[in-house]
Design a protein around this ligand. Structure first.
Ligand code: MLC
Length: 403
């Protein structure tokens, strides 16, 4: 029988690139990020026994992980397993959980998770053409831009059903900009107000430009390993954080018509419930939340799903935090709100399917006490949530400090 400790799977290192507009390809960004993750822990690409990649929009490839592993020289090799996972923006969290299972059940000692994209490189027109195709279905009735329009439909549902106000939606973007302004890598350097968000150009009926995920280029990488690997490489056994639980659930590719939407299309609640059960924790045990926020309604529903706010109260929760942040500039933002201390998709930056990597990396920094000026005191556990499509997939993972 394997001992309980042999089942402990750790996230041991992370790496990333700048989010600035670049001429590098997605695979080059992935390689740069993975090089940074391996170097910082003192291992090489030849130590990697498994690789999971998520697809890119700017330069898509058949069997992305095979393409990436071949480009990086990880393949050909004996005993290397690579897989592409595609759950949209939930991909990095799905991949983190898949990496954990590869270590637990498939005998792989060290798995790399990589994501990279260069959607800022694309012209606005080309980006829109490709983005529109991803969630398009003739029955959806969603006009271009399809993704913002889909989230807009859900935002209207949330307004009709729970009385969410326009200011509450806008507050999500303003709050994320306050968080991002503390992070050296974030695209958004200056906090914005609710008024500024509401004055930005409209994109759909209740969605303005500053309420859309911020298009960016960038790559990110994670390394997931077994205790045996750490021992073999002489790396301290307490390195990084423990992946203590996770859950996933799916919804439809596109939201039903407004009058047909009901709670059945959402999956974050179910994914979170499974993750809490597996990790044997509740919301009170979580000190940092990395919540997907591609559009305000996603963040509002996420704070409800994880239990920070009651059902229907997420908008009021975020608006009250915005007022508290603005009224107390002498306080550190993370002491008021332990969510997305990097600024999320709305303000940190969103290279297509990469951004949930940033939720995971920020959780890693918070847990390992390396978040610098953004550090939340004594983080024991962190929850990360990735959302794919238009509420089409939810993946939630819980990380712990191993104590
Ligand atoms: C855009 N801008 C922002 C911003 N969004 N600035 C601050 N914060 C934000 N959140 C800025 C840009 O940097 C740019 O400035 C200017 O506004 C115009 O943006 P653009 O993207 O160049 O404009 P345009 O081509 O007209 O397209 C507008 C748009 C597009 C809203 C249609 O940006 C868009 O589709 N964005 C959403 C991307 C998206 O949906 N991602 C996936 C999320 S769903 P400057 O100075 O550089 O000109 C998801 C789930 C999944 O995450 O599975 O993927």
């Amino acid at each position: 029988m394997p001992s309980r400790t042999s089942k402990v799977v750790r996230l041991i290192s992370t790496g990333w690139t700048s989010l600035a507009k670049t001429t590098k390809s997605p695979v080059e960004l992935m390689e740069e990020a993975l090089t940074s993750a391996t170097k910082s822990i003192g291992i090489g690409f030849n130590d990697i026994g498994g690789l999971i990649a998520v697809p890119s929009l700017a330069d898509p490839h058949f069997m992305e992980a095979h393409y990436v592993a071949t480009h990086m020289g990880i393949l050909p090799a004996k005993n290397v397993v690579v897989r592409t996972v595609d759950t949209g923006g939930a991909g990095p969290v799905t991949a983190l959980l898949a990496a954990k299972r590869m270590v637990e059940y498939e005998g792989v000692d060290c798995v790399a998770v990589v994501a990279g994209d260069a959607v800022r490189q694309l012209s606005g027109e080309e980006f829109l053409k490709r983005a529109d195709q991803t969630c398009y279905h003739p029955a959806s009735g969603l006009p271009s831009p399809v993704i913002p329009s889909g989230y807009d439909r859900v935002a209207r549902y949330q307004m009709d059903k729970y009385g969410v106000s326009r200011a509450e939606l806008a507050a999500c973007s303003a709050v994320m900009s306050i968080m991002a302004s503390q992070h050296p890598l974030a695209m958004t350097k200056v906090p914005r107000t609710i008024e500024e968000v509401l004055a930005s150009p409209p994109v759909a009926s209740v969605t303005n430009l500053l309420e859309c995920a911020r298009r960016a280029d960038g790559g990110a990488a994670l390394l997931v390993a077994s205790p045996r690997f750490l021992e073999r490489k002489g790396i301290p056994s307490s390195t990084g954080s423990v992946i203590i639980g996770g859950g996933e659930a799916s919804g439809p590719l596109y939201p039903p018509q407004l009058d047909q939407i009901n709670e059945d299309m959402f999956s974050c609640e179910q994914a979170t419930k499974i993750a809490y059960q597996e990790a044997n924790v509740s919301v009170r045990d979580i000190d940092f939340f990395g919540l997907y926020d591609c559009y305000p309604v996603c963040l509002i529903r996420a704070v409800e799903a994880v239990g920070l706010a009651d059902q229907g109260e997420g908008g009021r929760y975020i608006l009250s935090k915005y007022h508290e942040l603005v009224a107390n500039p002498e306080k550190r933002p993370q002491d008021i709100l332990p969510i997305n201390t990097h600024g999320g998709l709305l303000a940190f930056g969103a290279p297509w399917e990469v951004p949930a990597m940033y939720n995971i990396i920020e959780a890693f920094h918070q847990i390992t006490n390396t978040a610098g000026t953004r550090q939340i005191p004594n983080v024991r556990r962190a929850l990360v949530y990735g959302n794919g499509g238009i509420f089409s997939h939810s993946a939630v993972a819980i990380l712990g400090n191993g104590i």
